[in-house]
Design a protein around this ligand. Structure first.
Ligand SMILES: [Ca+2]
Length: 510
């Protein structure tokens, strides 16, 4: 940060009531900026790790999420929200950078660390900090919990330097951020390839990690409230679950008896019999001990699905605690709340486990937004929206200058009126120059060869059991034309091979 910028920042911090009168960066303040309110809303951004879009408030897949359900009744539900890249670090890069990927590294979990020097000043928290906000990142917001790099993700520089007043994880029984990320009960760390993929815990909520995130978020809100500062805050809180390993206290497992877990339709659970971008479920199979079990066994599959559901209910309860504090503190009256999932997770669809592909359940994730003055709370919009839309939405809601390079579209129109549907496609990326475009009815997946695309028709085949590219070439051609207008990743990278291996699998991507 330059001296000039630091001085500017300092002035903003000691005189927040002068915000409306100052000029932003270069040039003179615009009319909009001069008209900005003296008290800007706070922002609470809650990030959830690997939560599918069909869990929680959008669609009932029999997972119990009372906190998210109750929150959704007060908010706008973006039932068709798609992420830009189906892996943690890359999806969070798109959120914080506000742009489609254009480089191979933007598709990786190193996306933020490797590129943020070029965009951090105009990142989402960077914009809020420059506007005088206190910016805080608790838990897993960028990619590593606590936002640091280096050994055990504990000692290196920040992934996104210079934009957070504080980024951290709470004190807990887990010894490092990396241990926290893949934590088992009571401080136990994962041993790659040795530890099991799930664990039910005979203890209370504090046997598992996310209760500590909730505690810290609550105490942070209490501090922000008691400080009585006129400086607004941008607080991002990132939870760990339901990311693998699926760990939850027993009481959340008991909410989901195996007998109640829906069994996947056989066609939906089958390996694609067309030229597909199928992968070998490396994240699950390489990083966790199968112990003689295989994902071809129905009993094991149902157990995995049960434990995913339990982990969802556990994190739901922790999120509920944070939202309850927001209400009881009175901060909710002037706080915009965004609940966002970084991508979905295939639970056996296409005979696949994990994300790292461009099928519907890897890309669709929750997005629920509440503004203090929201009309028609609880209504869902059918707009096809993307993660990169969150950035322009928040800067518009808070009347901050919008950086020139954002690719997304503000969702303020959908917040004002859920019947608004001005966005009709979403584009996502994966390695091998693989891209996809989702319309209201179809999804086209193509790769660098442009040969043998995959086309799904959700009106007639919602479970993606057939490739319709040969049946509907005209639909495929039109979607390809639309897709051609979006940025490409250059140079294209080789497809990532995801075979079960016991060491250093590239597929072990949080
Ligand atoms: Ca994730």
């Amino acid at each position: 940060m330059s001296l000039q910028t630091r001085t500017f920042h300092f002035v903003l911090r000691i005189a927040p009531l002068l915000l409306a009168a100052v000029s932003w960066g270069s040039g003179t303040a615009t009319a909009d900026e001069r008209a900005a309110p003296q008290v800007r809303p706070n922002v609470l951004l809650i990030a959830i790790d690997d939560l599918r879009g069909d869990f929680g408030p959008s669609i009932d897949l029999k997972v119990r999420t009372p906190s998210l359900d109750a929150f959704a009744k007060t908010a706008r539900i973006f039932a068709q929200h798609y992420v830009q890249v189906p892996t943690c670090g890359a999806s969070r890069c798109a959120l914080l950078r506000g742009c489609y990927p254009t480089l191979p590294v933007h598709l990786s979990n190193n996306a933020i660390t490797s590129t943020s020097a070029n965009w951090r000043d105009d990142s989402l928290p960077g914009c809020f900090r420059r506007a005088g906000y206190t910016t805080l990142a608790l838990g897993k917001v960028s990619h590593h919990p606590g936002g640091k790099t280096g050994k055990d993700w504990a000692v290196g520089k920040e992934e996104l330097e210079g934009v957070w007043d504080r980024c951290w994880i709470p004190k807990s029984p887990w010894k490092s951020p990396e241990a926290f990320m893949h934590g088992y009960a009571n401080g136990e760390a994962r041993q790659r390839g040795v530890s099991p993929p799930f664990q039910s815990v005979a203890g209370d909520d504090h046997s598992c990690t996310d209760a500590y995130i909730a505690d810290e978020a609550i105490s942070t809100l209490e501090s922000l409230k008691s400080a009585k500062s006129e400086q607004p805050f941008f607080l991002a809180v990132g939870f760990m679950k339901p990311h693998l390993p699926f760990v939850a206290p027993q009481k959340y497992v008991d909410l989901h008896p195996v007998a109640n877990i829906p069994i996947l339709d056989q066609a939906a659970a089958s390996k694609p019999n067309w030229n597909s971008r199928w992968h070998g479920s490396g994240e699950l199979r390489a990083s966790y001990r199968e112990n003689g079990r295989t994902i071809e066994q129905q009993e094991y599959v149902q157990q995995l699905r049960q434990m995913y559901a339990a982990a969802v209910s556990y994190v739901d309860a922790q999120i509920g605690r944070v939202l309850a504090e927001l209400e009881s503190s009175g901060l909710a009256k002037n706080t915009i709340v965004v609940v966002w999932g970084d991508h979905g997770f295939l639970l056996g669809e296409h005979a696949m486990w994990g994300k790292h592909c461009l099928y519907e359940n890897a890309l669709r994730a929750p997005l629920v937004i509440r503004t203090p003055d929201l009309l028609e709370p609880g209504a869902s919009t059918k707009s096809i929206v993307e993660t990169i839309d969150i950035f322009p939405t928040l800067v518009e809601l808070c009347q901050l200058p919008r950086p020139a390079k954002l690719d997304g579209t503000s969702l303020v129109a959908e917040l004002r009126d859920p019947a608004t549907m001005h966005q009709t496609t979403a584009v996502s990326y994966w390695s091998g120059a693989t891209r996809t475009i989702r319309s209201a009815t179809h999804r086209l997946i193509t790769d660098a060869t442009q040969d043998k695309p995959e086309l799904f028709d959700y009106a007639s085949d919602p479970l993606e059991t057939q490739n319709h590219a040969n049946d509907a070439p005209e639909v495929a051609r039109k979607l390809e034309e639309q897709l051609a207008k979006f940025p490409v990743v250059t140079p294209p990278v080789r497809p990532m091979v995801e075979a079960p291996q016991k060491t250093n699998s590239p597929s072990d991507r949080p």
